[in-house]
Design a protein around this ligand. Structure first.
Ligand SMILES: NC(=O)c1ccc[n+]([C@@H]2O[C@H](COP(=O)([O-])OP(=O)(O)OC[C@H]3O[C@@H](n4cnc5c(N)ncnc54)[C@H](OP(=O)(O)O)[C@@H]3O)[C@@H](O)[C@H]2O)c1
Length: 296
């Protein structure tokens, strides 16, 4: 029989995880949340009759695994409270799902003999109403004490995700990478969409116009790696085009100019790594793309 679990923090991640863990044969042992209604709703969605409470320590004792899926800011205090009320036993596995915080946020529970870890699904859970398993086919970063990591790996695989291990002391950097890949990609697309709309393409068409370029570039990165995926004026050392961009953006979308310059400067490094840009051209491009007002 698969292990039993209690969910503490019945929101988007906690609710989805409980539901799909139950589907995979794990036994719901209890649900706790700030509000009783959330705990009850998650219990129902998991098809269980396990008890619901607003006090985690009412429902954590006896569970093989405790999943703390509160917001990041509440993980440590929740762990401390559960420890105070002796809500875990020796060898209970306790996992949180934060990307940014390490498993050591749960140190108070390790002091009680629990095995602590973290398990971060690389997925964006925007909505509680999900129709398909959001864990299927995604990556899940796991770290922590050995027994906890083993349990997290099993959970990930049962949910249809692929676990991979990261270092506890590098958790924040790992999360910064995920933020860059997801959140900053949104910021970058926003820049691109704003410029294309200023250029006169109808807002309704703008994403349709850019999407094949975006997906083609992602495909090139996957196939050929970063330096070889870079094309365009900086890779070619085409100063005139770069200067033309800056002049137009400065006139028609001036609030976007600094970001365009900054990204350009970082793109010079990539062009040089690709071997197609001479030292002299790189230096000239750095001058052209220097921050406004810079005297260097
Ligand atoms: N959302 C994402 O895309 C995503 C992706 C990967 C990882 N994560 C991580 O997953 C964790 C949960 O995030 P989420 O997006 O699921 O958050 P969420 O939707 O806001 O859900 C958090 C739940 O925790 C409950 N809660 C708040 N404070 C609590 C406390 N002190 N004790 C018990 N329950 C409490 C809330 O209560 P009530 O509903 O009862 O008021 C809420 O239902 C976080 O560590 C987050 O970093 C999130």
């Amino acid at each position: 029989m698969k292990k039993s679990f209690t969910t503490v923090g019945c929101g988007r991640v906690g609710g989805a995880m409980a539901r799909y863990l139950a589907t995979a044969g794990y036994q719901p042992a209890g649900f706790a949340s700030r509000s009783l209604s959330s705990a009850k709703r998650a219990s129902e969605a998991a098809g269980s009759s396990a008890p619901a409470s607003v006090q985690p320590w009412d429902v954590t004792p006896g569970a093989d695994i405790v999943l703390i899926t509160t917001p990041d800011g509440a993980i440590r205090e929740t762990a401390v409270k559960i420890a105070e009320y002796k809500g875990v036993g020796k060898d209970t596995v306790v996992l949180h799902c934060s990307g940014a915080l390490p498993s050591t946020e749960l140190a108070a529970l390790a002091d009680c003999g629990a095995k602590i870890g973290s398990m971060h699904p690389l997925q964006s859970f925007a909505d509680e109403n999900i129709e398909q398993n959001p864990f299927a086919g995604i990556m899940m970063a796991v770290e922590g004490q050995e027994q906890a990591v083993a349990a997290a790996r099993q959970i990930a695989e049962s949910l249809g995700a692929a676990p991979f291990e990261i270092r506890t002391d590098c958790k924040r950097l790992y999360h910064a990478s995920a933020v860059a890949a997801s959140n900053y990609l949104v910021t970058l697309m926003n820049l691109s969409l704003q410029l294309i709309m200023v250029s006169g393409v109808a807002p309704a068409d703008s994403w349709k116009v850019l999407k094949p370029l975006v997906t083609g570039t992602l495909g090139n990165i996957e196939k050929n790696g970063i330096p070889r995926a870079l094309t365009g004026p900086i890779a070619r050392g085409d100063m005139e085009t770069v200067e033309g961009h800056l002049a137009e953006i400065g006139q028609k979308a001036p609030t976007r100019l600094e970001l365009y310059r900054l990204l350009g400067r970082h793109t010079i490094e990539i062009a040089q790594a690709g071997g197609g840009l001479s030292e002299q051209a790189a230096e000239r491009l750095k001058e052209i793309l220097a921050p406004t007002g810079s005297t260097d």
